[in-house]
Design a binder for this molecule. Structure first.
Ligand SMILES: [Zn+2]
Ligand SMILES: [Zn+2]
Length: 169
């Protein structure tokens, strides 16, 4: 979903988006993905604040088994027009950024709300996806899921990198 920068009212605009309205179907999830967003235009900037929650299904980095991970994010983003397009305001309001705020510079005057929400979802993902902090992983020698079965092998090492690539797409 996209909104034109100049159509965001100064008094603000609330949006509630569910599932495919912002979260693409290729993201495996359980239940509904919900997001609430408030957009407000202040001169040459739009401030977007909101929350989102979704339960995504990830593959564990250690044992490769899929597991559910509930994610929640609160965010506040400063959305700005690309250079040259904010000239109407001269340099009036361009100085102070809230330190806590992410700055998002647009490519044109369209604000891609779904894309912004999706970025926040990705930011909420953990660096390491573990089904459980205690996950014992897969045995490199026999391939057994060591959370479920014991094996006779001696090796203790597990490669945590095998599944990372999957998450990056
Ligand atoms: Zn695991
Ligand atoms: Zn083994």
């Amino acid at each position: 979903m996209k909104i034109d920068f100049f159509e965001v009212p100064e008094e603000g605009l609330s949006l509630d988006l569910v599932d495919a309205q912002w979260c693409p179907a290729d993201i495996l999830k359980k239940g509904h993905a919900v997001a609430s967003l408030f957009l407000k235009r202040i001169g040459p900037r739009v401030i977007a604040g909101g929350t989102l929650s979704a339960t995504v299904v990830l593959d564990c980095d250690r044992c490769l088994a899929p597991f559910d991970l509930p994610l929640q994010a609160h965010f506040k983003i400063d959305i700005e027009l690309p250079d040259g397009q904010a000239d109407v305001w001269e340099h009036g309001d361009h100085q102070c950024h809230d330190e806590e705020m992410d700055v998002h510079v647009l490519e044109n005057t369209k604000i891609d709300v779904s894309d912004i929400l999706l970025q926040q979802l990705y930011l909420a993902l953990p660096m390491k996806a573990l089904c459980n902090d205690e996950c014992r992983g897969i045995c490199e020698s026999c391939g057994i899921n060591r959370n479920k079965l014991e094996c006779e092998c001696k090796q203790e090492t597990v490669s945590p990198f095998a599944v990372l690539a999957k998450l990056k797409t």
